[in-house]
Design a protein around this ligand. Sequence first.
Ligand SMILES: Cc1cc2nc3c(=O)[nH]c(=O)nc-3n(C[C@H](O)[C@H](O)[C@H](O)COP(=O)(O)OP(=O)(O)OC[C@H]3O[C@@H](n4cnc5c(N)ncnc54)[C@H](O)[C@@H]3O)c2cc1C
Length: 423
Amino acid sequence: MMLTTTSTEYDETRLGYQRRDPHRPAVIFPVTSATEVEEAVRYAIDHDEKIAVQASGHGLTRGIDGGVLITTLKFNGVTVDPDKKTAWIEAGATWHDVMEATAPYGLAPLSGSFPGVGAVSYTLGGGLGLMARRFGYAADHVRRIELVTMDGVRRDADGDLFWATRGGGGNFGVVTGIEIELFDVPTLYGGSLYFDLAEHPDVLEVWRTWTKTVPDEVTTAMALVPLPDIPPIPPALRGKYIAQVQLAILADNPEALIERLRAIGQPALDTVGTMPYVESGKIFAEPDRPDSFSSRNVLVSDLDPTALATVPKLAGPEASTMCVVGIRHLGGALTQEPAVANAICHRDAAYSITVISPGEDHASELHDAVLEPWRDLTVGRLLNFNGAGLDLRDVYDPETLNRLTELREQYDPDHRLCANHQL
Ligand SMILES: Cc1cc2nc3c(=O)[nH]c(=O)nc-3n(C[C@H](O)[C@H](O)[C@H](O)COP(=O)(O)OP(=O)(O)OC[C@H]3O[C@@H](n4cnc5c(N)ncnc54)[C@H](O)[C@@H]3O)c2cc1C
């Protein structure tokens, strides 16, 4: 089935989670199978049209005007092989779909903070998950990728193409499915300690020094969030500038590992405990309402205390636009190259810092100001955490970028495919 601009389902099908600059295609193919993906790509080739792909729409940067939009949300099957501990994930499956399928076997994928994110695009972009320091990037644990390249041919990514698609994003074809490794993680110890920064200004420094001591079984992050005084914000958090310490721990002694954090004092809200992995979206508890937002990310070599102390001043409640700053602790298994090399760069980064602002306006000047104190420590950027305008020279080292660009020319010489972060 093909939708045109006059179809009643046109708007609901083209609009995803990110509402800033949505796609305005001439036609939409809401695909449900790999065969339908092939048909959609061939239609675009025959009519000499551009192609964009959308699953959940969390990673949209710039909508296409005209052309063909392939939407995959209804092509979302997940098949688990409990003996091999792998899952075959169709193009449009979200992490929620994947976790629901793997949970009955006590197995977990390397999913991220928000279960509604599309598993395929997350993984093509690297995939920094809740167990990242223990197991590495999601793209380090991919066994197979099937895609339809811009000559209309469905193929398995092998050789250079397999290298490129694990970390190089959606630049090489329309991926129909991926096979990923699963891990024996039926439950994990995690959640968030929400501290009121006005009461506990030491949280940042305590968390910074604590991260230097933790084993790889601890993956942790911190979000600094100025919360409005309105429902549906939980009453305990309303109107406060919150430091949300996010924890996902696989160790046997998790309580002992977080003693230093508990010693900070009473959090305004505490959601930490043992939970089934399938409920791990509760850890970050990110909003699930479609919205417009802009984001910018840097990878840094260290969390300098002087730079860290500037964050509440530059991005706190006094900032001109609401600004959420998310800092993720890296290292551990993220530093290790996988057995079969992939395109991920900057594995030596120690922390990732992302600034996010809601709304239609470009908050780019504010984001620049918030990230300025980190300039000397910046070693790169993560593909997945950046909005529009990302310079891919910051994501890849020159050799990797050259190789990716050459492969893109080989598989899409007409530049038909419009990826969110275009090579
Ligand atoms: C609330 C939130 C939480 C997040 N948490 C994490 C996290 O913990 N870790 C992390 O690494 N990232 C995270 N991200 C970033 C996320 O992984 C990327 O934005 C990702 O691109 C989203 O994929 P999607 O399918 O949901 O989005 P879409 O907007 O549907 O897809 C993004 C882009 O991927 C490409 N694409 C999608 N499907 C295909 C396909 N089948 N074939 C080829 N190309 C395709 C297209 O270029 C498309 O524009 C988060 C984002 C949000 C908004």
